[in-house]
Design a protein around this ligand. Structure first.
Ligand code: PEP
Length: 249
């Protein structure tokens, strides 16, 4: 049994006051939700403020990235240990925007993932093909490379969540159809099975991300290999994120 996860990626949005307003609006909408793991990922600067508001609620806190070293002369970076200290239980790693704009590679994803789980965080590891890669027929090769390299050498998958986010569906309003998403998730689960074994393949939650909204979440969530959603734009409003979290009601 894989507990569904609905995670909100706030990206580069929300000052501390705006974040507090959003969280205060969200908590009453989700406080009675059971059977769903709820995660929000604000910017680093508001983690501390938000963690005080989410304490004692079902809402868990994630960062959007981390570095792999614990501390040292690494100006501008933040470590998994510091994220734990700020109240995080989760961290997003390898988001396509980081791969596209900030030089993230499968190797850095792997280092960050190992460091995150060593520090006691759950890593939400993102994979996904671009439109060109899909059209060129190399989507499965890309997904296989990202999954096998990104998760290489892990001794446990307990604190791993994979997010399948087709790059062409992120922030574009174009959602993968339920069938397209299910096919990719099934393939990713198969790759995990072939590479890491049946137990991690069965237990690892695989989230879909790419223009998830209250209107399309139900169809996605009925697919057998879709275990939740990583939500960008629609996580920035309490009512839409609340409705997505409550997809089963
Ligand atoms: C994301 O940021 O991970 C994402 C899926 O964004 P959106 O829901 O806006 O497409």
């Amino acid at each position: 049994m894989r507990t569904p996860v609905i995670a909100g990626n706030w990206k580069l949005f929300k000052t501390a006051d705006e974040a507090a307003t959003l969280v205060s609006g969200l908590i009453p909408l989700v406080k009675d939700t059971t059977g769903v793991e709820i995660v929000i990922a604000p910017v680093f600067t508001v983690l501390d403020r938000v963690s005080k508001l989410t304490a004692g609620t079902p809402v868990k806190l994630s960062a959007q990235d981390c570095f792999w070293e614990e501390e040292g002369a690494f100006t501008g970076e933040i470590s998994p240990k510091m994220l734990r200290d700020a109240g995080c239980s989760h961290v997003i790693i390898g988001h396509s925007e980081r791969r596209q704009y900030f030089g993230e590679t499968d190797e850095t994803v792997n280092k960050k993932t190992k460091a995150a789980i060593a520090a006691g965080l759950t890593a939400i590891v993102c994979v996904g093909e671009t439109l060109k890669e899909r059209e060129d027929g190399i989507m499965n090769d890309v997904l296989k490379r990202q999954v096998t390299k990104g998760l290489e050498g892990l001794s446990s998958f307990q604190a791993i969540i994979v997010a399948y986010e087709p790059v062409w569906a992120i922030g574009t309003g174009k959602t993968a159809s339920d069938e397209q998403a299910q096919d990719a998730h099934k393939y990713i689960r198969q790759v995990i099975k072939e590479t890491f074994g049946s137990a991690p393949a069965e237990s690892t939650r695989i989230l879909y991300g790419g223009s998830v909204k209250p209107e399309n979440v139900k169809g996605l969530m009925t697919q057998p290999d879709i275990d939740g959603a990583l939500v960008g734009g629609a996580s920035l409003k309490a009512d839409s994120f609340g409705a997505i979290v409550n997809f089963g009601k």
